[in-house]
Write a protein that binds this ligand. Structure first.
Ligand SMILES: Nc1nc2c(ncn2[C@@H]2O[C@@H]3COP(=O)(O)O[C@H]4[C@@H](O)[C@H](n5cnc6c(=O)[nH]c(N)nc65)O[C@@H]4COP(=O)(O)O[C@H]3[C@H]2O)c(=O)[nH]1
Length: 849
């Protein structure tokens, strides 16, 4: 019963008759038995005073002063002092308006008090107040309220989470389904995400058959097997959406729980079409790369260097690495160190250095190095890679390696051909000049002296001609070997050409005198070594060198000048008796300068017509004039007459001999033509000296024939004088030239016969008519038995070979007598006439006649 109902029952309407005392006591007992606190108050002035209270009121915690009648209502309800209760109760007492209400007091979340209070006016100024403690009900209500609130919040959270989940599924292009089986029926639930990726309308319940209808028939067994296994393994299959598009799905099926006879199966599905496409693209790219890689002449690779730079890994390497390095791609990817193990140890540092630099600076890398193949052979490889930094800080390089062995060999071959002598393998002139240039610069800086040794083999030409070129080559190779073996490895031994070698010594003493001593020591050794017999064709041969030495360092000297100095010194060595060494000195330089001036003068002389020819008579055994030798003369305006012995060698060297030779030939042909016009002179012949350079010149044959034609001279009256030494070398070529001219009627004489080395077989091969005994034999023929013997031998030889002989330098009748006695048929010398200009000839011809 609520306090308000109780009060209504207790309060009889005003004016009802009073109860008898017994009834009143009974009623009092009844009121005390009630669980509701009842109190009667009377209005006294502005206060309400407690008249009576039942037992429940006296027991009720929270009510103050209930046991003391007359207590003020404010004391009784002091806990509700902050409310309008007292005023409201006063209002009930005065006006009789009933009061019903609940009063709840809390201390934070803790409930302090919960009372339902009802008040009714009983008589004028009296009010009956019923208070019932509703804390328990209030607590329950409150709990219920919080539960409802929590539930609402949970619902809201769930709704939010579902929304998030749906969004996540949509974004992830994923979905899920649940199959709930109970004994009665089976339902299949699809998430919105699943409907979306399957291309279905959003629907929660799905017909199981319809749910499978999109799986391509060929993939269905796979899917069904996974569904049966329910082990959470991935299965991938293709799904045809209602619009016809086929997409790749990845699904996982798992039994979630089985309770109370309800089995739940759950699956997640993800649309992995993009992943498949990317993988497909990747596969295609890989196939593309592999196709290219299989066709390029090398292997390609990708390696990654991790952030700290300490670790690297090969992530891809094409199949061709097997062919190019003899390792399988898989092995390299497991252990990239295998690549470096193949590189020759001496090449590793530079490969590492350049690779690190490329990675550090992110610049393209290129390196050439040697690798040792599994069969032991060594190949050249070239690798190039382009590095770039990834977002995670690692550096990825894509590279390509190819075999460049052939190119390297070709380069080396080219270098060998360009800078090395093919026969001896020594540096050639070009390389020597290059090294000399550097050495000169270096010596100027360091002040250390260097030396150039010009070496010429003394009798090489003779040996080459007698033994043949093969032997000559062997000799040069052996000499080269000895030279190299004598000097230090840092010194340069070069073949300068023919039988000339140049040795360059570096890092000698700073003091010239001391350096000269050092060089002399080396040169002596070179002399000694080269002088050792050389066995060729089973025979011992001796080859001696002449060495010219020029020091350099300190002063600035051009390399060509240095070479010239060493060359000059070498000539001095030759002049000094061969098989010796000479240092270049200033006197030699003066001679060089003089030669240079002479050469310049000669050029001018040619232009100014300072050259002329003299004719020296040649007579037969009866002293009849048979012809003359044409001898070149140079009258220099200051020097006066310059001897051909002086200027001819220089003309040879400088090439001036070519125009000079042409001039002499022209003069001779013109003279022959003039003589041909007179019967008295028509029989006379002319001999013309031909120099080696002139003879070897490509146009020589044509020029001779042209000169004869031009002057309509008789070729049979022209004899060309050659020396033995100039015929050496390419003898075959010399013979061809001689024969070409001989066919036109031109004759050949071998000049200075006896001074060189002429073997019989050599002589026999030459189309000669005449030999000229050198004047050095004729000079002492009467005094020196040796010379006499030589002259006799020459004459006998000529006779046996049916060659005419002209003895040169016949100055005395005694010489003439001796020569005649031994069968000499031609004579030339002061005894018969000195070389003279044409004007003087008229007289002579006249007198001869
Ligand atoms: N002591 C002495 N000497 C005699 C006697 N009879 C002639 N002579 C000299 O002996 C040389 C003979 O010429 P060679 O042996 O061909 O030697 C020639 C020849 O090799 C060369 N030469 C001269 N003219 C020419 C030329 O036009 N062309 C070429 N390539 N060389 C030339 O210069 C060399 C020297 O010529 P030259 O000074 O004119 O000297 C000439 C001549 O003057 C003699 O009885 N006693």
């Amino acid at each position: 019963m609520k306090p308000s109902d109780l009060l209504s029952a207790l309060l009889a309407p005003a004016g009802e008759p009073q109860l008898p005392h017994a009834a009143y006591v009974g009623l009092q007992a009844l009121l005390d038995a009630l669980p509701i606190a009842l109190m009667e108050f009377r209005l006294s002035g502005e206060s309400l005073v407690l008249l009576t209270a039942n037992a429940a009121a006296r027991r009720m915690p929270g009510l103050g002063g209930v046991r003391e009648p007359g207590a003020d209502a404010r004391t009784v309800f002091d806990q509700l002092a902050s409310t309008a209760l007292i005023d409201q109760l006063c209002g009930v007492a005065r006006l009789g308006v009933p009061l019903d209400g609940r009063h709840v007091l809390r201390d934070g979340p803790r409930l302090q008090l919960a009372w339902d209070i009802a008040a009714r006016r009983m008589a004028s100024d009296c009010v009956l107040v019923a208070v019932s403690d509703v804390s328990e009900a209030e607590g329950l209500r409150q709990a219920l309220q919080s539960c409802e609130q929590a539930l609402a919040e949970a619902r809201r959270d769930l709704r939010e989470q579902t929304e998030v989940f749906d969004t996540m599924e949509t974004l992830a292009r994923a979905g899920h389904w649940r199959r709930i089986k109970d004994p009665g029926e089976t339902v299949l639930l699809w998430s919105p995400g699943l409907c979306e990726i399957a291309g279905y309308e959003r629907q929660e319940w799905l017909d199981p058959e319809y749910a499978m209808s999109g799986i391509l028939p060929e993939d269905r067994p796979l899917f069904e097997a996974a569904s049966r296994a329910q082990d959470g393994a991935n299965v991938e299959y293709r799904w045809r959406r209602p619009d016809g598009e086929v997409r790749w799905m990845r699904s996982r099926v798992q039994r979630v729980r089985s309770r109370d006879g309800v089995a739940v199966q759950m699956g997640v599905v993800q649309d992995v079409t993009e992943e498949h496409r990317a993988a497909e693209q990747l596969r295609e790219q890989l196939v593309f790369i592999q196709r290219i890689a299989s066709r390029v002449p090398g292997f390609i690779y990708q390696y990654r260097i991790h952030r700290d730079g300490s670790t690297a890994s090969v992530q891809y390497i094409s199949e061709a690495v097997r062919e190019f390095l003899g390792v399988a791609p898989g092995e390299v990817m497991r252990d990239h160190g295998l690549l470096e193990q193949r590189v020759l140890p001496e090449d590793v540092p530079q490969v590492r250095r350049s690779a690190m630099l490329s990675v550090r600076r992110l610049v393209p890398w290129q390196s050439e190095y040697r690798v040792r193949m599994p069969d032991g052979s060594v190949r050249w490889h070239m690798t190039s890679a382009v590095p770039h930094r990834e977002s995670d800080g690692t550096v990825v390089s894509h590279g390509f390696t190819m075999d460049i062995t052939e190119r390297k060999q070709a380069e080396q071959q080219i270098e060998r051909l360009a800078f090395y002598d093919a026969l001896t393998g020594l540096p050639n002139r070009r390389l020597l000049l290059d090294r000399l240039q550097r050495s000169v610069v270096l010596s100027q800086r360091t002040r250390q002296q260097g030396a150039l040794l010009f070496i010429d083999l003394d009798n090489f030409k003779v040996l080459n001609d007698t033994l043949g070129h093969d032997m000559g080559d062997k000799l040069l190779i052996e000499v080269a070997r000895r030279l190299v073996a004598t000097v230090r490895e840092s010194d340069t031994v070069a073949r300068f050409g023919g039988d000339e070698f140049v040795v360059m010594l570096e890092h000698l003493a700073c003091d010239s005198a001391q350096a000269a001593l050092q060089v002399e020591g080396v040169a002596e050794k070179l002399l000694a070594h080269v002088n050792q017999p050389i066995v060729l064709g089973g025979h011992h041969h001796y080859s001696s060198p002449s060495i010219g030495i020029a020091l350099f360092g300190g002063e600035r000297v051009e390399v060509h000048e240095l070479l010239k100095r060493a060359d000059l010194a070498m000539y001095e060595a030759k002049a000094g008796g061969r098989n010796t060494l000479r240092f270049f000195d200033p006197a030699m330089q003066a001679a060089v300068n003089a030669r240079l001036h002479l050469e310049a003068d000669m050029r001018q002389g040619l232009e100014r017509g300072e050259f002329s020819v003299h004719y020296q008579p040649v007579v037969d055994e009866r002293a009849r004039l048979v012809g003359a030798e044409v001898l070149l003369r140079w009258r220099h305006p200051v020097r006066g007459m310059v001897s051909p012995a002086e200027f001819i060698p220089l003309a040879e060297q400088s090439g001036l001999i070519l125009p000079l030779g042409r001039f002499v030939l022209q003069q001779a042909c013109a003279q022959l033509a003039r003589w041909a016009q007179s019967p008295a002179t028509a029989h006379l012949s002319l001999s013309v000296n031909v120099s080696a350079r002139q003879f070897r010149h490509a146009d020589f044959v044509a020029e001779v024939l042209e000169a004869l034609r031009e002057h309509a001279a008789n070729p049979r009256r022209l004899t060309l004088e050659l020396t033995e030494s100039m015929l050496l070398g390419d003898i075959e070529d010399a013979i061809v030239r001689m024969q070409q001219l001989k066919r036109e009627g031109i004759g050949f004489a071998l000049d200075d016969f006896g001074t060189g080395y002429s073997s019989l077989s050599f002589l026999k091969r030459l189309p000669l008519e005449q030999i000229k005994i050198d004047q050095s034999f004729v000079r002492d023929v009467l005094e020196d038995p040796n010379d006499a013997a030589i002259v006799r031998t020459i004459l006998a030889l000529a006779q046996s070979m049916d060659l005419q002989v002209v003895a040169e330098g016949v100055e005395t009748a005694g010489q003439l007598g001796f020569l005649r006695l031994h069968g000499c048929g031609g004579f030339q010398g002061y005894l018969f006439g000195r070389p003279a200009p044409l004007q003087a000839w008229d007289e002579m011809l006249f007198s001869v006649r």
